[in-house]
Design a protein around this ligand. Structure first.
Ligand SMILES: C[S@@+](CC[C@H](N)C(=O)[O-])C[C@H]1O[C@@H](n2cnc3c(N)ncnc32)[C@H](O)[C@@H]1O
Length: 235
């Protein structure tokens, strides 16, 4: 991917997230921020009984998933490293965590995921929801998956939700437009990469779900179609 194309995708992503994070409240009706994703809620019972938790949320946004985790583990020492490229996301994450009484668990980091180096054997849970497809290249994506694998402690859980086979068309004309994603893998290839990277892990969930979204892209609305791969596994 050229530097120009990467810059253009990042700018478009930044604008669409600034719009939603500025205009929609966390856990309020009216946008995808209205509740944590089901898969993250399903993981929580798998961690019950832990005496302390160290969590990493890559591309955390304003805390939709990590705040729900923090609330569930309020009674034990729980630290969540939350990485997002967007300064506004981390600011709102802290505001939301404060409001919901879990600010002491949250460690916000403004950085691109590709630059955040994951320490080995550091985390009991690593989540990345609709984020890894925004790593700057396929090569960095593979490197990051391998860091995730090594960053999980024994018995720890990885929870990845990644868009694949994404197409975008201008809604009003049907004209195809370039998908605004840095990494857009064929679904089968992505599933194989995940299975190979996390071989030896116990697979808790692996699904593919076809989804459609209307996404504002500057002056137009994009009809975005995606196959969302969900992969949850325990080391
Ligand atoms: C679709 S949102 C999902 C946010 C959150 N995971 C959730 O489920 O609510 C994607 C988030 O990833 C962030 N992001 C995009 N590219 C990124 C990158 N290269 N490094 C870090 N964060 C990135 C965006 O700023 C945005 O907050």
């Amino acid at each position: 991917m050229t530097d120009g194309r990467l810059k253009q995708i990042r700018e478009s992503e930044k604008q669409s997230h600034i719009e939603i994070y500025s205009n929609s409240g966390l856990y309020k009706e009216g946008s995808w921020l209205r509740k944590p994703i089901k898969t993250v809620l399903e993981i929580i019972p798998h961690l019950a009984g832990a005496s302390r938790l160290n969590v990493l949320d890559l591309g955390c946004g304003v805390g939709r998933n990590c705040i729900a985790i923090a609330q569930s583990f309020k009674n034990i020492p729980c630290k969540i490293d939350c990485v997002d490229i967007l300064e506004l996301a981390i600011k709102k994450l802290y505001d939301n965590a404060e409001e919901l009484g879990v600010a002491s668990c949250i460690n916000g980091i403004v950085a691109p995921i590709e630059n955040y180096s994951i320490k080995e054997n550091e985390y009991d849970l690593i989540i990345a929801v609709s984020a890894l497809e925004h790593i700057d290249s396929e090569e960095s994506f593979l490197t990051k998956l391998s860091e995730i694998k090594n960053g999980i402690r024994s018995n720890g859980i990885v929870c990845l939700v990644i868009n694949s086979d994404i197409t975008e068309n201008e809604k009003s004309t049907g004209k195809e437009i370039p998908a605004q994603f840095e990494v857009n893998l064929p679904t089968k290839k992505l599933q194989t990469i995940l299975e190979n990277t996390f071989s030896g892990f116990e697979i808790i969930k692996t699904t593919v779900s076809e989804q459609q979204y209307d996404i504002p892209r500057g002056d137009i609305v994009s009809d975005l179609k995606t196959k969302v791969v969900t992969f949850v596994a325990r080391k």
